[in-house]
Design a protein around this ligand. Structure first.
Ligand SMILES: [Zn+2]
Length: 238
């Protein structure tokens, strides 16, 4: 039996794993009219293949995808963006602080202040195919996606990194502000433009209302998700 390509999170909301296991995720929001919005595109090649297979499993065709939102301009999230735009004809939308990187096809600089970071950072691909960003969004905007998707700017991982809150179903997509890889944890410093700012800006995730916490890295939390995220955020100084 093959593993499921699309994991249901709520009515009209799915997670599509785009790499090994739950390592990297894309999200699907389907509106009442059948139109599909994707959140993130995954790594180059494998990301687009997994996303298209996931959509097929949901009975959605590539032409149903009208919009691709990008949580941030890193190659594990935007590497397949150009390919998915080609296949679907969708418009790309990103935070106004990260759109320049998508247009120029490069990831923003990361914090390489330690030797370990410089070593790890050396192996991370920084270039991707440039894409046209049709829409830019900012903190607090509610995008017309499946009844409304709220933009929560959580800068630090990148300058324009966002989390996204689907208020009608109570699904929060944290993006890379917090990982759920063997428990809740911070993204590695070498992968962040400003790791301290990320930790500070993630505080807002404790104030939001949601039932399901969904992560771009790791599986979702469905049970007392908000409490788990709040406990993690509170415990970070200890
Ligand atoms: Zn990432």
């Amino acid at each position: 039996m093959g593993r499921s390509r699309a994991v249901p999170l709520a009515d009209g909301v799915w997670r599509i794993p785009t790499s090994v296991g739950d390592l990297v995720n894309t999200f699907v929001f389907r509106g009442a009219d059948g139109s599909v919005t994707l959140v993130d595109a995954g790594y180059r090649w494998i990301g687009s293949r997994r996303v298209l297979a996931g959509l097929a499993e949901l009975g959605a065709s590539p032409s149903d995808v009208t919009r691709i939102l990008v949580t941030h301009a890193h190659t594990d999230h935007a590497g397949s963006l150009a390919r998915l735009v080609d296949v679907t004809g969708a418009k790309v939308a990103s935070h106004e602080r990260d759109s320049i990187y998508l247009r120029e096809g490069r990831a923003p600089r990361t914090d390489l202040s330690t030797r370990a970071a410089r070593l790890a950072g050396r192996f991370v691909p920084k270039k991707m195919a440039p894409v046209e960003v049709a829409e830019e969004f900012a903190d607090g905007m509610v995008l017309p996606v499946a009844g409304g998707l709220r933009v929560v700017h959580t800068p630090g991982h990148t300058p324009g990194h966002v989390s996204l809150l689907h208020e009608s179903t109570g699904v929060l997509v944290t993006g890379d502000a917090v990982f759920n890889m063997r428990g809740l944890r911070w993204p590695p410093a070498w992968a962040c433009t400003d790791p301290t700012r990320n930790r500070r800006s993630a505080d807002v995730l404790g104030d939001l209302d949601y039932e399901v916490a969904a992560f771009t890295h790791g599986a979702e939390i469905r049970d007392r998700a908000r409490e788990a995220v709040r406990a993690f955020l509170r415990g970070r100084e200890r």
